[in-house]
Design a protein. Structure first.
Lengths: 128, 128
């Protein structure tokens, strides 16, 4: 990580859609896959500088589970088709790599394969 | 429009991906469809409070043309499958309705049909 990424004014937020059904008609263990994913992320050692935020619907309902990364001067990225059981560690790894950048652009060769193939959209940082 | 939406601290930004190819292999009139869309939006009477911003790739490449609306305390919305020739007025209408809200949530019955069916993702406003 760079020193830039450690500055308080450039925190990272990991948004997780807790309503994602991932094609299911019923929530299985009483939690929708999106909620299962959020709960799993909360059990991982996420650094304090990365805030994990539950969101009730990121409106990418046909391709959940859906997450987003944003923060500070970085581009915002939305990623689809995350698996609530298999992908939490990959998401944490990607979030750490994202947080380590000043602009949100993880170098392509360092980007998790899932991020390469499942980017739904990205948005430029807000101009100050 | 509400008074809230007119406050300078709650401006709206309309982002337009100028690289969208919308399935084309060549740009036609030397401009990609995304650029044609951006140029068309610039010719419309967009109010000063709505900034039209060109972006080189919103990374929704398979479903362009792609636009996004964000600003102030509003949710951010990304919309896909816009037609550069037929949709500029619809986009302006939607942007005006979005700008008139404090939170970005256009009432469903007032929402352009295209917005209803082509939302790629939405993101909550940043917490202050």
């Amino acid at each position: 990580m760079t020193n830039t990424a450690e500055l308080p004014e450039n925190p990272t937020e990991l948004l997780i859609c807790t309503k994602c059904r991932r094609g299911r008609d019923d929530p299985g263990d009483d939690r929708w896959p999106g909620q299962v994913l959020f709960d799993a992320m909360r059990r991982l050692p996420v650094p304090h500088a990365i805030r994990v935020t539950p969101v009730e619907c990121l409106q990418n309902c046909d391709h959940g589970c859906t997450i987003a990364l944003r923060g500070g001067a970085r581009w915002t990225y939305v990623f689809a088709n995350c698996d609530e059981l298999n992908d939490p560690e990959m998401i944490l790894d990607g979030a750490l790599r994202y947080h380590a950048t000043a602009d949100g652009l993880i170098p392509w060769r360092e980007r998790p394969e899932h991020f390469k193939r499942n980017c739904v959209a990205r948005l430029p940082p807000l101009e100050n």
